[in-house]
Design a protein. Structure first.
Lengths: 220, 499
């Protein structure tokens, strides 16, 4: 279903309750195509819940979430959750074959291309247990990208990366945005957010507040 | 390491067999000491007589108030009175009366025990106390059977194991189908599962007549019941023969028979029959007869039995494995009502004995679903084991991290697809070693299907043991065959676990 939106992702008054507590208490947000939004805040503030609601792993109690384009959302979990019984490339091919109904040959070509772009083509036949944290993350990104999402969500992508890999990830996300992808990144890493995001916000008692990323030029 | 483990397993098996042999030798030598059999009974003050209450009326059965009734109870009382002691009934499975007598569980067998050539080689028989006829029962309107054994060649004929009727059927070239109780063969005949039933007339009178669709084809031969003692207990046997003699001649025996409604003109012959060793009438065979020794022929029968065991077990597992998986999925991922239904199934099947389930499936449901014994065995065991496999699979599914399902759903996979592609393949990796262990248990539990007339390895062993008068070689061979089937599986399970 194509939603005619100028923005790629629009949240409007989203409320989500966990038990007695409103984890999300009226969150509104819109992300334009080709931009990265950083969702800041410590763990437990509702970042993951917001991502799960956008992915429809959780239902919202109130409000709406609209995704532009084809309406497809990709999620890269903090723990990646690669399918443990499949090789890297099988992980990437699985949904295109069984959900998008691509032929195995087409799915393989798409997976090969993504793994190459992400720099993990040489690990195509490795099982998830054999991959390093950085490799595993790139395979997980490739797996999400293989479904050609309109919005890509990442949950704490820097949590297990060393500085060199962190730099690589920054470049990768910027390149994705350059290509027109909209990204919503949940992170508690402010320097990383400054490097990648054009806008940022933090969840406080379920309400989203803007966070200025770049120092305002000091008044002369 | 592997070599040492294999060695250890064999050492254990051989030790068991040696201990069994040794114990039986000891038991034998204990019996061989002088004949104080009568003195022992008198000093104890009780004559212990073995029988099977499952044999029921009119032999010996138990009233709801616990009291034993039947013409054999009265006979035991009358004989005990003449020995100056009281009688005491000892319950024992009918098929194993002779071995139990030999190992000293009781002093005499008194339970519709027919004098046969084979038995005379093993135990002592008294003079007969009842003359019966082997009666052939068929379904009404089936004219192909007359009271002629030749008609039975190749037919499936129900009877009781280790009985004169069984020997008669084997000799006639029929295909005997063995039952544990008297009611079941007639029920199966009425349901069309077998062609005929050959059993003692007083059994036919009680049990066949309950089925309106059955009719008597005729009596094919006569036989006699007698009391049996151990081969060494001549003193006790003499006393029992004297007592029976008196009961025959003073008319008390006929009076007892009449009270149970089983006295008929045929019983006049009791006066002419003497002790089997006396050479009178047709049953006066020589007392020591050759009986078949355990040999190559039996080994072949055992291999066939093992084949049946394997066949039933493999197919039962082929039912249990997928059914268990469906039950496990219903419990972990199904809607609540379906999950509850699956949980009820699991608890019901795990909470009741598989023996009961087999009886219900084969005999209880016979008017509704008519299954052959093999099919019923496979379905019965399969449905029972499905409950255990459900738990095994459930544990496997719960061992798969929740993130796997979430990742699948985040990629747009629906739950059935995610289960099929992502969850179940990983769950099976966890559950496969346990499934293999369950299969070993199933292999052994499959011996229970003999209650619905399937002759598998264990049943073959019990039949052969009675035939050859020994439990040692058949038992050891039977154990070795189960071991040969289960040991490689146990190793496969271990290897799967190590993966």
């Amino acid at each position: 279903m194509t939603v005619p939106l100028s923005a790629r992702l629009v949240l409007d008054g989203v409320r989500k309750r966990r038990g007695e507590r409103w984890v999300l208490d009226g969150v509104s947000l819109s992300i334009a195509p080709g931009t990265i939004y950083a969702l800041l805040g410590e763990s437990g503030t509702g970042k993951s819940t917001l991502l799960r609601c956008v992915t429809r792993l959780d239902e919202v109690d109130e409000g709406t979430i609209k995704v532009g384009g084809e309406g497809r959302v990709g999620l890269v979990f903090q723990q990646h959750h690669l399918f443990a019984h499949m090789t890297a490339i099988e992980n990437v091919m699985e949904a295109p074959i069984h959900v998008a109904k691509l032929s195995p040959a087409d799915a393989r070509a798409r997976a090969e291309k993504l793994l190459a772009e992400l720099g993990v083509a040489h690990r195509r036949d490795a099982k998830p247990a054999e991959l390093s944290g950085g490799e595993s993350q790139r395979v997980a990104i490739a797996r999400a990208m293989a479904m050609e999402p309109d919005v890509l969500l990442l949950d704490e992508p820097t949590s297990a990366l060393d500085p060199a890999r962190r730099k690589g990830l920054t470049e990768l996300l910027l390149a994705l945005a350059q290509g027109g992808m909209s990204l919503l990144v949940a992170t508690h890493d402010l320097p990383f957010a400054r490097d990648v995001a054009s806008r940022a916000g933090t969840l406080d008692k379920g309400v989203l507040a803007d966070v200025p990323l770049r120092e305002e030029p000091a008044p002369a | 390491m592997r070599v040492r483990r294999t060695l250890w397993a064999w050492v254990t098996a051989i030790t068991l067999i040696v201990v069994t042999l040794f114990a039986s030798l000891l038991a034998r030598s204990a019996h061989a000491d002088g004949d104080d059999s009568l003195a022992q009974v008198k000093s104890r003050g009780t004559l212990r007589w073995g029988g099977d209450l499952q044999g029921g009326e009119p032999y010996v059965s138990q009233r709801p108030d616990g009291m034993l009734v039947g013409f054999e109870v009265e006979l035991a009382q009358a004989i005990a009175k003449r020995l100056g002691v009281t009688e005491e009934f000892v319950q024992n499975d009918w098929n194993t009366l002779a071995p139990s007598l030999e190992r000293g569980t009781f002093d005499i067998i008194l339970n519709g025990y027919e004098i046969t050539r084979e038995r005379m080689g093993r135990i002592l028989f008294s003079r007969p106390y009842y003359v019966f006829a082997e009666r052939l029962t068929v379904r009404k309107g089936e004219a192909r059977f007359s009271a002629n054994l030749g008609d039975l060649r190749g037919c499936r004929v129900g009877t009781l194991g280790t009985s004169l009727a069984y020997d008669t059927l084997v000799a006639a070239g029929a295909d005997p189908v063995l039952y544990e109780g008297q009611e079941e063969p007639y029920a199966d005949l009425a349901h069309g599962r077998i062609d005929a039933v050959l059993l003692d007339d007083i059994i036919a009178q009680r049990y066949a007549t309950r089925h309106a669709e059955l009719a008597t084809a005729g009596d094919v031969r006569e036989g006699v019941y007698a009391i049996a003692t151990r081969k060494t207990d001549h003193a006790l046997m003499l006393a029992i023969d004297d007592a029976l003699d008196e009961l025959v001649w003073n008319g008390e025996l006929r009076a007892i028979l009449a009270r149970s409604g089983i006295d008929d003109p045929r019983e006049d012959k009791l006066e002419t029959y003497g002790h089997p060793s006396g050479g009178s009438a047709s049953i006066g065979e020589s007392r020591i007869e050759a009986y078949p020794h355990f040999g190559a022929h039996h080994v072949w029968l055992f291999i066939q039995g093992a084949g049946v065991t394997l066949f039933v077990s493999v197919l039962a597992m082929a039912v249990a494995f997928p059914l268990g998986l469906l039950l496990a999925i219903a419990r972990t991922h199904g809607p609540r009502w379906l999950g509850n239904l699956a949980a009820t199934y699991v608890e019901l099947y795990r909470g009741t004995p598989v023996l009961l389930q087999l009886y219900v499936l084969y005999y209880g449901l016979a008017p509704v679903v008519r299954m052959g014994p093999l099919v019923a065995a496979i379905v019965g065991l399969g449905m029972n084991y499905a409950a255990y496999e459900a738990e095994t699979h459930r544990a496997g599914i719960l061992a798969v991290p929740i993130g796997q399902m979430e990742a699948a759903r985040a990629l747009g996979m629906k739950i059935p697809l995610a289960l099929r592609r992502i969850i179940v393949p990983q769950a099976l990796k966890h559950s496969l070693p346990n499934v293999t262990s369950d299969f070993i248990a199933l292999l052994k539990d499959s011996s229970l299907v003999s209650v619905i007339t399937v002759v598998e390895l264990t049943k073959r062993m019990t039949i052969t043991s009675v035939d050859v008068r020994s439990w040692l070689l058949p038992g050891a061979l039977c154990a070795a065959m189960y071991f040969a089937m289960s040991f490689p599986l146990a190793r496969i399970a271990r290897r799967l676990e190590a993966r």
